[in-house]
Design a protein around this ligand. Structure first.
Ligand SMILES: *Cc1c(COP(=O)(O)O)cnc(C)c1O
Length: 217
């Protein structure tokens, strides 16, 4: 598949859901992809990208951001407290806020750096012990606490468990967002982004379907 195949599918999924395609952001997930594949997608004019590791993004993206200054970078992987400063400098959005401690650190460093990343609270909708994210029944409390800080909270994010129907998780995330008055829903990957769009996704995170299978990692 290619970028144009994905945008076409995105548009069709929006038509079926009676949604405006402009209401869904396509985040091209470029983690561990060979640079020439990423440059090809930049060359096609795409400017919204996602990475899951701060260090890897720091190694790759400053040079591309120089060449393509209108690039928007999204952090979609876990954020350790010692990486908050480089993350705040590099990323325009962080999708993986899952504790008030992390939110406070982002707020402090964003103020120091004069940056204002858009934030998503990650919800562990499958309640998987090994997975990051706040438990669904603790999400409202975390959202309320984050809102007391000087931050831009845009919405919620989830990664459904691998072997379950994603729709239940998309529906749960949408329900939690709605009762908290949040518009942003970061959900849907290569295998299920059309379904995510039907459930209201505003940010889909698509890697292998755009770039091809990841070479490593
Ligand atoms: C890698 C990754 C994606 C993209 O996965 P694909 O299946 O390649 O589309 C989306 N979201 C997160 C959090 C990821 O780590």
């Amino acid at each position: 598949m290619s970028l144009s195949d994905i945008t076409e599918r995105l548009t069709r999924a929006c038509d079926r859901a009676r949604r405006d395609p402009a209401s869904v952001k396509l985040i091209a997930v470029s983690k561990v992809q060979p640079p020439e594949r990423v440059e090809a997608v930049l060359g096609e004019g795409h400017r919204i990208f996602g990475e899951n590791r701060v260090q890897e993004a720091q190694d790759k993206w400053p040079a591309w951001k120089d060449r393509f200054p209108d690039t928007e970078l999204h952090l979609i992987g876990p954020l350790q407290s010692n990486k908050v400063r480089p993350a705040v400098r590099l990323f325009d959005a962080i999708h993986t806020v899952d504790s008030i401690k992390l939110a406070r650190r982002i707020a402090d460093i964003a103020a120091q750096e004069g940056r204002r990343p858009r934030l998503f609270v990650q919800v562990n909708t499958g309640e998987e012990p090994q997975k990051a994210g706040v438990a669904p029944d603790e999400a409202d409390a975390l959202v309320a606490e984050v809102r007391e800080l000087d931050l831009s909270l845009d919405g919620l994010m989830c990664i459904p468990p691998e072997h379950e129907a994603p729709s239940l998780h998309f529906a749960l995330l949408a329900k939690i967002a709605e009762r908290n008055g949040l518009d942003g829903l970061s959900m849907g990957m290569s295998a299920d982004f059309q379904e995510a769009i039907a459930f209201g996704a505003t940010h889909i995170r698509v890697g292998s379907a755009i770039f091809g299978a990841r070479v490593k990692g």
